[in-house]
Design a binder for this molecule. Structure first.
Ligand code: AR6
Length: 176
């Protein structure tokens, strides 16, 4: 599914984010920047050891923050590590919004044109997928309506069920 917003593209795909060829892919990271399971595990396995090594040099960031590294052996050029909230820690919606927004801003600052994001926090961190879709899509749509050099934002959802949740929400946000 593809929508145009101010001449820029917002796209949804069902697939594995480590296969994406956008300038950057976003990792669903933790504040320690230790690549664990889920998206991070797939990035670690396919991207090779340099990504974790770069994360170790950065050392960590706050919940809602994002940092950038190279992408090792992956097809993308960069990995943006965005730290979403763990369900139950408090103020989760705002933190997820910030993790999304800071990822997009960081891509922009680096002059990147395209970025792929997963449904941050909705796996191991236990955030509800429906609310995740609402927050991440609204943040991205608002961002594309503002001043940005980004030309394409892709949400890479893992499986048909999550894809459908995002697709339904996007149709509500951009009717017709
Ligand atoms: N491509 C796209 N989406 C994926 C992939 C993939 N290869 N694998 C999983 N997903 P998660 P979190 C989906 O658990 O909840 C790690 O240990 C998954 O179905 O990756 O933010 C980190 O190191 C879900 O919808 O991230 C952190 O400690 C979404 O991606 C912690 O988990 C996010 O699931 C982060 O937990």
């Amino acid at each position: 599914m593809k929508e145009k917003i101010e001449g820029r593209i917002l796209e949804l795909v069902d697939g594995d984010i480590t296969e994406m060829e956008t300038d950057a892919i976003v990792n669903a990271a933790n504040a320690q920047l230790v690549l664990g399971g889920g998206v991070a595990g797939a990035i670690r396995r396919k991207g090779g050891p340099t990504i974790q090594e770069e994360c170790n040099r950065i050392g960590g960031t706050f919940v809602g923050g994002a940092v950038i590294t190279g992408a090792g052996d992956l097809k993308a050029r960069h990995v943006i590590h965005a730290v979403g909230p763990r369900m139950g820690e408090g103020n989760e919606d705002e933190k997820l919004r910030n993790a999304t927004l800071n990822s997009l801003k960081l891509a922009d600052q680096q002059g990147l044109k395209s970025i792929s994001l997963p449904a941050i926090s909705s796996g191991i961190f236990g955030f509800p997928i429906q609310r995740c879709a609402e927050i991440m899509l609204k943040t991205s749509i608002d961002y594309l309506r503002g001043q940005t050099g980004l030309e394409r934002i892709v949400f890479c959802l893992f499986g048909r069920a999550d894809y459908e949740v995002f697709a339904r929400r996007l149709r509500q946000e951009i009717p017709g």
